[in-house]
Design a protein around this ligand. Structure first.
Ligand SMILES: Cc1ncc(COP(=O)(O)O)c(C=O)c1O
Length: 442
């Protein structure tokens, strides 16, 4: 722990260590890894309990859009709180839930016409997988297989893990999971291959699988353009376009998981817009509420929805939902977030943020300690050479000493600032991280 740590912080860390189990955290290392206790946040910054200020370089794990403590979103939540805190969405409805669905569909690609709410990204993916299977059953076909992509990540519930492809996170659970078939990652080029060739090779793999057992496959699940948790692996749009064509040919539903890429992160509202395709379902979460409250959703194409219509006794109902489905406070935050995004043209701003980041990081790409910088829009991964145990973590700790908070995925240092970040803050982010890489990876 650092020497400047105050008595209050020390006590909180001790209490934390004796009662809390953190996600994605090796608890035996946690107390000695200089844990940060966050006290408050405003704009692009947050402060720890010792008063130190940090730039939020990963949007509080890829969720924040306009910064923290945004007056318009704070007001929307407060007003909603004073009117309706929560009711079930099972057999009831409310205006924030209706309005948010309308707003999401206004932004969505053509053909998506219904919104099914869930809680976190994982639960949206879970719902989409079940929907895809049931839709086929109700059209008279049993298709118990899912197709997915190596290095993909779709969350931590067992259905989402089934369509994941990151050994570190998913391998242990394989005996428990749904039946799937996996194609290679279109973002992992083989030597001499360009991005288009790689996309075409993986599409051929996909075709071979579909020719063999396409009539068993309910859905293909992809992260369009960026496999985020896989290390910000980016691929060519032709992969997404080719996947759409194959799904059409083999009557397989295409689920585009935009939990990470959606809501402006790639410089478009939805990553599929880069490819100009219409998915059968988009799963979204994270940035929908501006990074304030949990809420996710599946945006569904009309033919999928129609497969669920029937009489009360038809057995066609989607028996799936959660206690806090469409929580009105989350909906109010999301509506305020989308309002601000359209007023401030946040998606166009995010595209500019991406361009400036690419420019500022160009010198770093030539650094001998950097293997590759991958980026689409504001989603950026700096893969560093492994020079010691947990090199990526060491780079992030060095950045933290200089007032910037970023988090690694192994030896990939991720930069994903709030979309509304201004130039001076962005320059601070890229310069501190560049210096941190230089200090740690020499
Ligand atoms: C593409 C993708 N899908 C699903 C998830 C899971 O979302 P959540 O952590 O909200 O369950 C994530 C989380 O990072 C993600 O990146």
């Amino acid at each position: 722990m650092s020497a400047s740590i105050g008595a209050n912080t020390r006590s909180l860390i001790q209490r934390d260590s004796s009662s809390v189990w953190h996600p994605f955290t090796q608890q035996s290392l946690w107390p000695t890894d200089d844990p940060m206790v966050v006290d408050r946040a405003e704009g692009m910054y947050f402060w720890d309990t010792d008063g130190n200020q940090f730039l939020d370089g990963v949007s509080s794990l890829w969720v924040n859009v306009h910064g923290h403590s945004v007056p318009e979103i704070n007001d929307a939540i407060t007003q909603q709180l004073n009117r309706l805190d929560h009711t079930t969405f099972l057999g009831l409805t409310h205006e924030p839930g209706i309005q948010l669905a309308e707003r999401l569909l206004e932004t969505a690609p053509d053909g998506l016409s219904k919104v099914f709410y869930a809680g976190d990204g994982s639960s949206a993916v879970e719902a989409a997988l079940k929907m895809a299977y049931q839709a086929h059953v109700q059209r008279g076909e049993i298709r118990p297989l899912y197709l997915h992509v190596a290095e993909g990540y779709h969350g931590d519930t067992l259905g989402s893990v089934s369509v994941g492809g990151i050994d570190l996170f998913h391998d242990k659970y394989r005996p428990l999971l749904l039946t799937t078939a996996m194609v290679s990652s279109p973002g992992l080029m083989q030597s001499g291959q360009d991005r288009e060739q790689r996309a075409s090779q993986v599409l051929q793999e996909m075709r071979a699988l579909l020719e063999e057992s396409g009539d068993q496959v309910s859905a293909l699940v992809i992260e369009p353009l960026v496999q985020a948790a896989g290390g910000m692996l980016t691929h060519d749009v032709s992969f997404v376009q080719g996947a759409r064509k194959l799904c059409d040919e083999f009557n397989v539903l295409l689920i585009c998981d935009e939990v990470a890429t959606g809501v402006g992160r790639t410089g478009r509202m939805w990553a599929v817009e880069h490819a100009g395709i219409q998915p059968d379902m988009i799963t979204c979460g994270k940035g929908v509420t501006g990074g304030y409250l949990p809420l996710s959703a599946v945006l569904v194409a009309e033919p999928v929805y129609e497969a669920f219509l029937g009489s009360a006794t038809s057995g066609r109902t989607f028996y799936h939902g959660h206690s806090y489905t469409a929580n009105p406070l989350s909906c109010a935050a999301a509506i305020a977030n989308l309002d601000l995004m359209s007023e401030r043209e946040t998606v166009a701003h995010a595209a500019l943020v991406g361009e400036r980041m690419a420019e500022s990081l160009r010198p770093l790409a030539a650094h001998e300690g950097v293997k590759e910088i991958r980026q689409i829009g504001t989603m950026t991964g700096i893969e560093v050479e492994s020079v010691k145990d947990r090199t990526g973590f060491a780079v992030c700790q060095e950045a933290r000493r200089n007032g910037v908070w970023v988090r690694p995925l192994g030896d990939v240092v991720v930069l994903m600032p709030p979309l509304a970040i201004e130039n001076s803050e962005l320059d601070l982010l890229t310069s501190v991280v560049s210096d941190a890489v230089d200090t740690v990876v020499r």
